[in-house]
Design a protein around this ligand. Sequence first.
Ligand SMILES: Cc1cc2nc3c(=O)[nH]c(=O)nc-3n(C[C@H](O)[C@H](O)[C@H](O)COP(=O)(O)OP(=O)(O)OC[C@H]3O[C@@H](n4cnc5c(N)ncnc54)[C@H](O)[C@@H]3O)c2cc1C
Length: 621
Amino acid sequence: MKKTDRELGMLRQISRRDFVHGVSLGALGLMLPLGCSSGPGDSAAPTSSTGYPPTRTGIRGSHAGSFETAHALAREGVRFDNPVDLDEEYDLIVVGAGISGLTAAYEYRKKFGSGSRILILDNHDDFGGHAKRNEFHQGGDMRLSWGGTMNLEYLSFTDTVLNFLAELGIDVHQLSNELDFHYGGDGPAIWFDADTFGSDVLVPGFSMYSRNLDVLDRIDQFPISEPSKAALKQFYASDANVVDGLSEDEIEDLLRRTSYTDFLSQFAGLPDEVVELFIKSTDGYWGVQPHSLSTAEGMNAWLPGSHLLGGAADRAAGLEESEEVAMFPDGNASIARLLVQSLIPRVAPSANAENVASARFDYDQLDRAENLARLRLDSTAVHVANDAGGVTVTYVKDGVNARVSGRHCVLACYHAIIPHLCPELPSRQKEAARYQVKHPMLVTNVLLRSGEAFEKLGITGAYCPGRMHAKIWLIKGVNTAGYQGGTDLQGPVPVMFWGMIEPPQRDVPIHEQLRQSRQVMLGLTFEDYEREVRTVLDGMLGPVGFSAANDILAITVNRWPHGYAYGYLDLWDPEWEAGQAPHEIARQPFGNIVIANSDAAASAYTQSAIEEAIRAIGELS
Ligand SMILES: Cc1cc2nc3c(=O)[nH]c(=O)nc-3n(C[C@H](O)[C@H](O)[C@H](O)COP(=O)(O)OP(=O)(O)OC[C@H]3O[C@@H](n4cnc5c(N)ncnc54)[C@H](O)[C@@H]3O)c2cc1C
């Protein structure tokens, strides 16, 4: 029977909403239970008069207060006239304090001298953009998780990126060697929920992604029809070659022009009920569902089916061979922290790549007049223009329009906002920037009192084909950069819920799907997300004694209506001629203004954010 909000613990006092907002951090210290140790380095929740954003819970990512000004500008055409001219003059003004903007500031100093005066603006209350640290202090020692970008897929890094990271002291091989985290791969499960499938059924030991013939009999437990079970078993077990007789070109064409779901129905012969089980399988990885991905793209996200291609998949689809990654315990927020520390050392005087995950950061130091580099949070740029001496940038902070001037400007923000910031850009460039519609993404971290329920079930994660967050994982084993997240599952442990919001309509162009998904995401309240994660944890773990009402200590919802950069998709985008792709047109320098961000590469990767910043700074003279 469906549980009431009360039974799910919706009314419990957990760390949620903006619980820590406005609370003095002295008070936060008092919230820490006795015995909350500092761990290596200085890991106790820091104190600062402006607050410490990583410990904030509730809705993070695109949090209240971060997007309203930009939406007023872009959606309602609000003008921010008559700014107050601040008596501040910079060499460089950066819009956007994500990895790209911070890298741009770092590279600027290398190119133009360490005495350069730099201002970095960001609309959020924390720096890092998608590199978002979620830090929990409820119920025990500090526990870290990431609210956005996490993997360093270092095998594909160029020397430029590897050298850049090495300058920050980051050894990706060491990070990778120290990692003992497998995204649930070391204890997989599939969980069918009662709302979608009629009853709650957990099937441990089964992954939709792996073709593990030893566990096919577990399909018998799935709450689907008998013919569907038989078809799914047959799919995994089959050694047929469904592209037999086709040339390499024809196979390539098939893999690029057929959606993954059509491949499953038309070539693998799966009934709709089974195809639907895969619908959410690419939610986190792609931010797009497999009906809108080509077969090659689906298989590149480790979806099954390549065994039916007679060995052609590796040649024609260019399947990725390795998923080897390096990781920090707070994801790539550690890179953002190292960059900020390099630009403004007094923020964390003793932080380095060996201890950055546990180092204390003093946010009061970010925007001091005496700093050569200043980082100004909660500040949304609304107008950027060339002028005779350089650039002027108008931004809104605390309801006040302020204008600063500088010699150069890097726009390291989302490209979709650039036409509104810079109306003087050539029309073709503005049109190209508008092509960038980012993928909405969702990363919800839930701090559990313990991970014992997972242990009892013998799982470390699960795929949830019926739910908003398609995947969940225990966050355990990322004990790098000075952080120890505990060695057993007896104490508090974060569980990450990963996914996207399904667009209400499937059969509309991809950009429209992404916009629809964004609208739904922004319309949901914290309580909607809270009810969702409580329902899932109750249904999945309740049978082994987990209490959704008692065993949830904190919930942090990182919603990213502007998530992954839009990378061109086989089914939706033409093959652009060299130099004519939208991102190549959009990133052209404009006077003293240059353009970075991962959007500038049309590629949702940290390495792209870094490379585009380095390119942009290279364009300045
Ligand atoms: C949930 C999620 C998971 C990801 N996982 C990975 C991963 O595992 N590995 C990987 O390599 N990549 C991952 N990515 C991709 C990620 O986008 C990049 O790795 C990288 O962090 C992007 O950095 P950026 O600086 O280009 O953009 P962003 O991080 O988006 O930074 C841009 C900043 O500019 C700000 N801004 C925008 N407009 C304005 C304005 N008008 N005024 C002031 N500020 C403004 C934005 O709010 C933002 O803070 C992930 C992304 C998401 C959303």
